[in-house]
Design a protein around this ligand. Structure first.
Ligand SMILES: [Zn+2]
Length: 257
């Protein structure tokens, strides 16, 4: 039994000096990690970290929060960084209309530029979508047939939205949110209809610690087992069998060895 945490921020301040995080993760049988860079400084840290661990890979992108400050030099930097060894995806990139730290139009422009890079480099895309479902799907639609793979990360939408995503051939990644006791009914319903060959798991650590460690901060990859157990239970499946299948999906999506 092994699990892959497909979305971590191991270079964020809460986790970056805690080397025991990886040991605890392995002990919990979470033996693979995608570490996600979200801006230029984080991308540099991610590229320094991933060579240190077997089974650790990078997704590189510029988060929509920073759209207003991004220059064309930053885009060129991302494009060349993405051609480094062990970079397996572009992202996270997308749209965030919950915080709207940058204007929607700026976010859309930055998202499109990163999708162009993903298409050009034949890398899958990790998409951040918060309160922006229609625009996100519309922009992704413009790249139909050119993207290797698309995952909507940290999915918290409805079964209806999940159906639209699945019809497009995209993947859906769930966080510890599915373990929460309140206000997650629609996400639970969505999880029920996502087949395991389209489902991935993530902690999005240091955020979103699952139950029963919800109040423990920061979140870390070892906690992925709680999310996995909950989803296996929702699917009415044996845990080991569930883990095997979602791990296979993650390996295929990110083209991991
Ligand atoms: Zn993230």
């Amino acid at each position: 039994m092994e699990l892959i945490d497909t979305h971590t921020h191991l270079t964020f301040a809460e986790l970056e000096n805690d080397i025991a995080v990886i040991a605890r993760s392995k002990e919990a049988k979470v033996t693979g990690w995608i570490t996600v860079g979200t801006d230029r400084a984080q991308i540099e840290k991610v590229l320094a970290l991933v060579p240190k661990y077997d089974n650790m890979y990078a997704a590189l992108g510029i988060h929509p929060h920073y759209a207003k400050d991004v220059s064309s030099a930053d885009i060129s930097f991302l494009k060349s960084a993405a051609q480094t060894d062990k970079v397996v995806a572009i992202g996270e990139t997308g749209l965030d209309y919950h915080y709207t730290y940058s204007e929607a139009e700026e976010q859309k422009g930055l998202f499109s530029k990163q999708l162009e890079i993903a298409a050009k480099l034949s890398l899958p895309v990790v998409v951040h979508c918060r309160n922006a479902f229609d625009d996100t799907m519309q922009i992704l639609g413009r790249f139909a047939g050119t993207l290797t793979g698309v995952v909507i990360h940290c999915f918290s939408g409805s079964a209806e939205q999940a159906r639209v995503i699945l019809e497009r051939g995209y993947y859906i990644s769930f966080t510890g949110m599915v373990t929460f006791k309140k206000n997650v009914a629609q996400t639970i319903e969505a999880a029920k209809i996502v087949p395991l060959d389209r489902m991935m798991l993530e902690t999005d650590c240091p955020y979103i610690s699952p139950e029963p460690v919800r109040n423990k901060r920061p979140c870390e990859p070892a906690f992925l087992v709680h999310t996995a157990r909950k989803l296996a239970e929702l699917k009415g499946m044996d845990f080991a069998d569930f883990a095997r299948q979602v791990t296979k999906t993650s390996r295929n999506f990110f083209n991991l060895p």
